[in-house]
Design a protein around this ligand. Sequence first.
Ligand SMILES: Cc1ncc(COP(=O)(O)O)c(C=O)c1O
Length: 414
Amino acid sequence: MAISIDENRLSLASAPEDRYVRGKLFWNPAMQAIPISGIRRMVNRASELDDVIHLSIGQPDFGTPRHIIDAHIHALEAGQTGYTMDAGLPELLTALRHYYNERYRSTLTEDNFLVTTGATEGIYLLLTGMAAPGREFIIADPTFLLYAPLIRMLGGQIKAIPTRAEDGHQLDPERVVAAMGPNTHAIILNSPANPTGTVYPRETVEWICQEAAYRGIEVVSDEVYDHLLFDDIEFPSVLSCAADLDNIASVSSFSKTFAMPGLRVGWVVADQNTIRTLRRYHMFTTTVANTPAQWAGVAALLGDRSCVDDMVAEYDRRRKRVVDLVEQTPGLTGYMPQGAFYVAPSLPDGVDGAGFAMRMLEETGVCVIPGDTFGESAGGLLRISYSTSMDNIEEAFSRLIPWMKNQPEIRGAE
Ligand SMILES: Cc1ncc(COP(=O)(O)O)c(C=O)c1O
């Protein structure tokens, strides 16, 4: 019997019309856990409007530093277009080992690393490798949008710990410990955080790692913004906060630090058994990361890193101005974030951020991302990204401030 597939339907050529089956029945019902991202919703609408200023960007607005691009091109020209070893390009694994051991005074070996297709693949491998019915995962709310759907797809459950703009979106370690129960399988940390820019202090990370270790709970730490830090703070990675590697995994990438998100190279750092298991799984997902891009990564780690300092200095300048402008904006409660390139101020209680952000976009042409994209109790937040020029930031707030003054939800709350 011939099977033909058109856009939405699977039809059996000889079957009567009423036996047509809608195409979406192809999918595993688990796919329903994957939401339509709020980022898409906003950016798609923005693409239909003129003169939009994006404070919605989740990637660096700087170009990739020249020496990294040169290394990428050189690798292509030198014929580096085959697969690498499954754990990653040996030269990159060695460069990563040196870089981490120097930064955290640790004694990692190449066997503690797996090179992945961006941090995204590392997160995917870890979370889908662990999630199962009956297993509970503790996450902050709001948090990066990838984690919860991947866990839910495989029947895992989320225990969300809400954070508030008034507290700088700090995660209260006591609440995290109180949330740990017999079914808790892992805690997912993301610091510096997307969407809040919050950096957890060393005491918080140490406390959580210690309590998790006592209970045999895993700690998965997404550290992709680990170099975008301000105020000279030292970064409390789980790698320097946990007693050993036994129950922790850290994920990071070149995407944000070196402004090369499209080159898609990241990594997982974990104990050797975990890495061995992930290597097996990696073989069945992306096989290896892009080879010339891995060479670009070697150049990023071994080359001059003053380019990173320059980018951080510019993010810092914008951060201070944005925090200042948020403070001048009626209806927004802000705070001083210490990392990444985001701040997530809150709207007055009861205001629906999703509808509000859409109206703001349509009426002012300023695009921010509403908090419901990042968590169920984050609906009243707006994620503002300052990965854009100072001119754009000034223009965006010169539209927002007078507009906010006139909104009934804001006037009513003042
Ligand atoms: C917190 C966080 N983790 C992971 C990623 C994905 O990083 P990569 O480009 O390395 O896959 C992002 C990208 O926005 C992010 O914000």
